[in-house]
Write a protein that binds this ligand. Sequence first.
Ligand SMILES: CC(C)(COP(=O)(O)OP(=O)(O)OC[C@H]1O[C@@H](n2cnc3c(N)ncnc32)[C@H](O)[C@@H]1OP(=O)(O)O)[C@@H](O)C(=O)NCCC(=O)NCCS
Length: 156
Amino acid sequence: MIFLRSANTTDIDLILKWENNRENWSYSDTTEPYSRLDIENLIISLSRDGSVQQRFMICKQKGGVPIGAIDIFDVNKKRNCASVGVLIESDFNRRKGFALAALNELEQLCGKNSIEKLNAIVHNWNTASLNLFKKAGYVEIVVEKDLIKLEKCIKK
Ligand SMILES: CC(C)(COP(=O)(O)OP(=O)(O)OC[C@H]1O[C@@H](n2cnc3c(N)ncnc32)[C@H](O)[C@@H]1OP(=O)(O)O)[C@@H](O)C(=O)NCCC(=O)NCCS
């Protein structure tokens, strides 16, 4: 139903557009626009061995235009855990099961990389995201102010 591939230099303009879409800033820690160089450096850092972050572009099919992105970050190889964040950019593509499919697909990739536990940190007002992660099998573990931390053990 969806296809994930690693972000690469062909995605720089799209990622820059998404990162600088102020509507998306409330879901992340972003407070200032990124430059093209910032995104170029991000792509370079993602491809480095030992990177603690990976970004996958979500496409409806192989070779298709990306409709969103899913990241794993804060990868902790000692504890075999990582954090996850996901974006489906346009309203047109939302509520069609793409984010849920991307989370499921990500678990397969994580399994291959020995990640056994994923967690997500979501604002308490972000009903779409909370429902998404719960539907994907994540459970709430901590509430801190307006943030809810959820986790899922993916070890088979
Ligand atoms: C959260 C987000 C990724 C969901 O993407 P999506 O592709 O629309 O989600 P899906 O279609 O896979 O939905 C899966 C489930 O999530 C829940 N959900 C998704 N959107 C919802 C909404 N607007 N309201 C309530 N529940 C919602 C539902 O339980 C849904 O299952 P259902 O359609 O069978 O009821 C998308 O709304 C988004 O990109 N939001 C902005 C970024 C963000 O909040 N990211 C998460 C922070 S980590």
